[in-house]
Design a protein around this ligand. Structure first.
Ligand SMILES: N[C@@H](CCC(=O)N[C@@H](CS)C(=O)NCC(=O)O)C(=O)O
Length: 222
C-alpha cells in the first residue's frame, strides 16, 4: 500500500465523508490539518497540491485527488476488501452515483454553501428562503428513505457517508424534527451506531457547531 495523506479540517463535511470512508475501510493514513480560517488552503504550497484551494484533498503515493466524491469511490475500489460500499454491479453503482451527485450539487453546493459561504465572510443573516431549501432536502431524503434503510438501497454505501456528513451539518441551521422526518432520524441513528462514526463525523461536526456559536450564531430574515 502506498502512503496516503489526507488534507482536511474537521468542520468540513466533505472532509468527514472521506474520514468515514478511510475508517470504514480501516486504511492507515496521515492526517494533515488545514486551517481554512487562517487561509492555510490558499498558500502557494497547498495550491500546488490542490489548485482549487479546497479540502479535502488526498494523496495516494503522490497521486492527488481533490474532490470528496472522487476520493471516496476511488478508496473503495482500491482498498475495499469487498465492493459493498461502492458496488461493481452497474445499476447499483449508478444508484450510488446519483446520490453522490445529488449531494455535490443540491445538498452541498446549492443548499449548504449558499448559507455557509456568507457566514464565513462574516455575514450571518440568512434569508428564510435558504432555510426553506434545507427543508426541501429533508422532504426529498425522507421519501428516498421510505423504501430502504440506506439512501441507495438496503446496504450502507459511500453515498450515505457523503450525505450524512452534510445533512448533519445542516442540522445547525434547520433542526431535524424526528416526528416529521422519522426515516431520516432512524437513518442518522443507524449511522451513529457505526463504531467509527463519533471519531470520523461527530468530532468535526462539533467543531463546526462550536464555530457557529463562536461567531455569535445567525439571524433568519423573513
Ligand atoms: N466538491 C468538493 C467541495 C470542497 C469544498 O468546497 N470544501 C470547502 C470546505 S467544506 C473548502 O475547502 N472551502 C474553502 C474555499 O473554498 O476557499 C468536495 O466534495 O470535495
Amino acid at each position: 500500500m502506498g502512503k496516503i495523506v489526507l488534507y482536511a479540517i474537521g468542520g468540513s463535511a466533505p472532509s468527514r465523508a472521506v474520514l468515514l470512508t478511510l475508517k470504514a475501510l480501516n486504511v492507515p493514513f496521515e492526517y494533515k490539518f488545514l486551517n481554512l480560517l487562517t487561509g492555510e488552503n490558499r498558500t502557494p504550497a497547498y495550491l500546488a497540491i490542490n489548485p482549487h484551494g479546497t479540502v479535502p484533498a488526498l494523496s495516494d503515493d503522490g497521486e492527488i485527488l481533490t474532490d470528496s466524491h472522487a476520493i471516496i469511490t476511488y478508496l473503495v475500489d482500491k482498498y475495499g476488501t469487498d465492493d459493498s460500499l461502492y458496488p461493481k454491479d452497474l445499476i447499483k453503482r449508478a444508484k450510488v452515483n446519483q446520490f453522490l451527485f445529488y449531494e455535490a450539487t443540491v445538498v452541498f453546493d446549492r443548499t449548504f454553501l449558499n448559507i455557509s459561504r456568507p457566514i464565513f465572510n462574516k455575514n450571518n443573516v440568512i434569508t428564510h428562503a435558504k432555510i426553506e431549501a434545507i427543508y426541501q432536502v429533508y422532504e426529498r431524503l425522507e421519501s428516498f428513505l421510505k423504501e430502504h434503510a440506506y439512501v441507495a438501497g438496503d446496504q450502507l454505501t459511500v453515498a450515505d457517508f457523503s450525505l450524512i456528513a452534510t445533512i448533519t451539518t445542516l442540522f445547525n441551521f434547520a433542526q431535524l424534527d424526528g416526528g416529521k422526518y422519522p426515516k431520516i432520524a432512524e437513518w442518522v441513528k443507524r449511522l451513529e451506531e457505526l463504531p467509527y462514526y463519533a471519531e470520523a463525523n461527530g468530532e468535526g461536526l462539533k467543531q463546526y457547531s462550536d464555530f457557529i456559536k463562536l461567531i455569535g450564531g445567525f439571524k433568519v430574515l423573513r
